[in-house]
Design a protein around this ligand. Structure first.
Ligand SMILES: C[S@@+](CC[C@H](N)C(=O)[O-])C[C@H]1O[C@@H](n2cnc3c(N)ncnc32)[C@H](O)[C@@H]1O
Length: 232
C-alpha cells in the first residue's frame, strides 16, 4: 500500500486507529477492531495492560489529559501549605495510598490546602475531617474540596478540640508541633496513623521517643524527609 493510501485506510476505520509511532517505513498503530484488509496479520502478543506511556498525563494548552487509572486532585495554588511539591506531602500521599483502606473514617491534622484529606476521600473514605489552626488554610481546604467535588469537613481546630476517634489519621506537621500535640493526637485514631514532616535522622530518633505505646509499621524517606506509619 502507498503511504497516502495507507493513511486514508486508517482514517476510514469506523472505530478509529491511533498511530503511535512512525519510523521510516515502519508505522506502529493501535486498533480496536480486526482490520481484515491487512491480513495476513500474525498476532504474537495481545497486551491487556496499557503501556506505561498511556498512563502519563499529557498537557495541551490548558487541557490536562489523564488516564482513568490516575486519581486527579485539583489544588488551587493559594495561601495554604500543600501544593504537592514538598517531599513531606509526597511521603504522606505515598503512605496513605499504601495503608489506607476504603470505607474507613479519617482525620487530617494540619490539613493546609486539604491535599491529604482530599486524597483520602478519593480513596473512598467513609468520612473525612480536616483540621487546621490557620483560618486561611481552612478556607483553602473548603475551596479545594469544592474544586474536586469531594465532600469532606474542613474545620478550624486543634487536636484537643476534637472529641471523636477515626479509623485512620494523617498528620504532616513538624517535630516541635508533634512534641506539643502528640498526647492530643494519639486518641484521635483507632487503627493506623501516618506521621510526616520529620527531617533528618536526629529528628526521627526524637520522634520515636514520642510514640511510646504505638507500634511502628513502616518508615519512608524522601529527600531527607521521613514519614512514619504506626498502629495501635
Ligand atoms: C506542613 S503543613 C501540611 C499541609 C498539608 N497537610 C500537606 O501535607 O501538604 C502543616 C499545617 O499544619 C497546621 N498546624 C500547625 N500546628 C497545628 C496544630 N497544632 N493543630 C492543627 N494544625 C496545625 C499549619 O497551619 C499548616 O497548615
Amino acid at each position: 500500500m502507498e503511504e497516502e493510501e495507507f493513511y486514508q485506510f486508517l482514517a476510514d476505520q469506523p472505530q478509529g486507529v491511533e498511530v503511535l509511532r512512525r519510523q521510516g517505513s515502519r508505522v506502529e498503530f493501535a486498533t480496536y477492531t480486526e482490520l481484515k484488509e491487512l491480513k495476513p496479520i500474525k498476532v504474537e502478543k495481545i497486551k491487556v495492560k496499557p503501556p506505561e506511556s498511556f498512563l502519563k498525563p499529557i498537557k495541551i494548552g490548558s487541557f490536562l489529559i489523564v488516564s482513568p487509572a490516575m486519581k486527579t486532585l485539583t489544588i488551587n495554588p493559594g495561601m495554604a501549605f500543600g501544593t504537592g511539591l514538598h517531599p513531606s506531602t509526597q511521603v504522606s500521599l505515598l503512605l496513605i495510598e499504601e495503608f489506607f483502606k476504603r470505607g474507613w473514617s479519617a482525620i487530617d491534622v494540619g490539613c493546609g490546602s486539604g491535599i491529604l484529606a482530599l486524597a483520602l476521600k478519593k480513596l473512598s473514605a467513609r468520612k473525612v475531617l480536616a483540621i487546621d489552626i490557620d483560618e486561611k488554610a481552612v478556607e483553602e481546604c473548603e475551596k479545594n474540596a469544592s474544586f474536586n467535588r469531594l465532600k469532606i469537613t474542613c474545620l478550624r481546630a486543634k487536636p484537643e478540640d476534637i472529641k471523636e476517634s477515626f479509623d485512620f489519621l494523617v498528620a504532616n506537621l513538624e517535630l516541635s508541633i508533634f512534641k506539643r500535640e502528640m498526647d492530643h493526637i494519639k486518641p484521635l485514631f483507632k487503627k493506623l496513623a501516618v506521621f510526616s514532616g520529620i527531617y533528618g535522622k536526629e529528628e526521627l530518633e526524637e520522634f520515636f521517643g514520642l510514640l511510646t505505646d504505638l507500634k511502628v509499621v513502616k518508615i519512608k524517606r524522601r529527600k531527607g524527609w521521613y514519614g512514619v506509619v504506626v498502629k495501635r
